[in-house]
Design a protein around this ligand. Structure first.
Ligand SMILES: Nc1ncnc2c1ncn2[C@@H]1O[C@H](COP(=O)(O)OP(=O)(O)OP(=O)(O)O)[C@@H](O)[C@H]1O
Length: 302
């Protein structure tokens, strides 16, 4: 057994250096007399430049989380910060500014991201005009962005003249028009076949690496979540576990990906012990904890 070190005077602020911080985030929807707790005290941090996937069963709260972070919906309680913005305390004007400059959003329904009577170039120009971008930037950036997303040759086509994958790439270009810090994508590959999904996902990864934009993707697609370094799982409106992936090289010089699952600990130190662990050792209401030099043990209450 170790002796416990003296507690620091004041613990550092949760997620102080992160770009996105959610702490005990709650969103309650009220329809008539029915109350749905879509988020029930969710904790999450995302660092600048990261690309993460958010996974979870239908109804677990993924879209609610994304709508809040994208400034489309407002949380009921808790803390949510993106960059310097406190999402619980924003005026209408702040919200417009936030959505125009700090974040970009791509929806699953490719068509709902686009305007049917505008060309790809005009669609990228639209948010730039709204943000008051300079004429030179408005002239150059749409073409550059469409080129970077591999749809430069589609600049003068309207959505009806584009494939599903091309529409999604154009939608990503539109979302990036005003150089947001974060790009949110809600099931971006949900309506696409496997090969096109891989291309669109590749495009998201490219913009993450080329432009340094932080990317948060909600997905059901294991082929997508298996390719990012961090996947956050949401269950019942809370983050339940995270999978971290890293590339390792063996003695023969071959590289392979190692994926490790972690439980998430909240600020108060609460950790959810997975059900199969609890059942295997009959861990029920009360457990014994002990601090060892480099780990903590949890034992059944004998
Ligand atoms: N506008 C709303 N009004 C009432 N309830 C809502 C509203 N939006 C979402 N909910 C409820 O909140 C819960 C979480 O929904 P949410 O859409 O965030 O889940 P999800 O994980 O994105 O699901 P899916 O994978 O099916 O899109 C669900 O029970 C849903 O029915």
């Amino acid at each position: 057994m170790l002796t416990l070190p003296e507690a620091a005077a004041k613990p550092p602020e949760f997620g102080r250096d992160a770009l996105i911080v959610c702490e005990s985030l709650v969103r309650i929807y009220q329809t008539g007399s029915v109350e749905v707790q879509a988020l029930q005290g969710l904790d999450l941090t995302v660092d600048a430049g990261e690309m993460i996937a958010v996974v979870g069963a239908s109804g677990s709260g993924k879209s609610t989380l994304l709508s809040i972070l994208a400034g489309i919906d407002a949380p009921t309680a808790g803390r949510a910060r993106v960059d310097t913005w406190n999402l619980l305390d924003m005026s209408r004007k702040d919200r417009v500014h936030y959505r125009r400059h700090t974040v970009g959003f791509v929806r699953q329904q490719t068509a709902s991201n686009l305007v049917p009577y505008l060309t790809a170039r005009e669609m990228v120009d639209l948010p730039m005009t709204a943000a008051g971008a300079k004429p030179k930037l408005r002239r150059d950036r749409p073409g550059e962005l469409l080129d970077a997303l591999g749809v430069g040759d589609c600049a003068d086509r309207k959505p009806g003249q584009l494939s599903g994958g091309q529409q999604m790439r154009v939608a990503i270009a539109v979302a990036l028009a005003n150089r947001p810090k974060v790009l949110f994508a809600d099931e971006p590959t949900g309506e696409l076949d496997t090969a096109t999904s891989a291309e669109v996902f590749g495009a998201l990864r490219d913009v993450n690496q080329q432009f340094g934009v932080t990317v948060v993707v909600v997905t059901h697609d294991a082929a997508v979540s298996g390719q990012v370094e961090r996947t956050v799982a949401i269950r019942d409106g809370r983050t339940s576990s995270e999978v971290l992936r890293r590339t390792a090289t063996n003695e023969d010089g071959d590289t392979h990906v190692i994926a490790e699952e972690y439980a998430v600990m909240d600020r108060a130190g609460r950790v959810q012990v997975p059900r199969d662990f609890r059942e295997a050792l009959n861990l029920t209401r009360r457990v014994r904890l002990a601090l060892e030099p480099d780990h903590v043990t949890i034992r059944p209450d004998a």
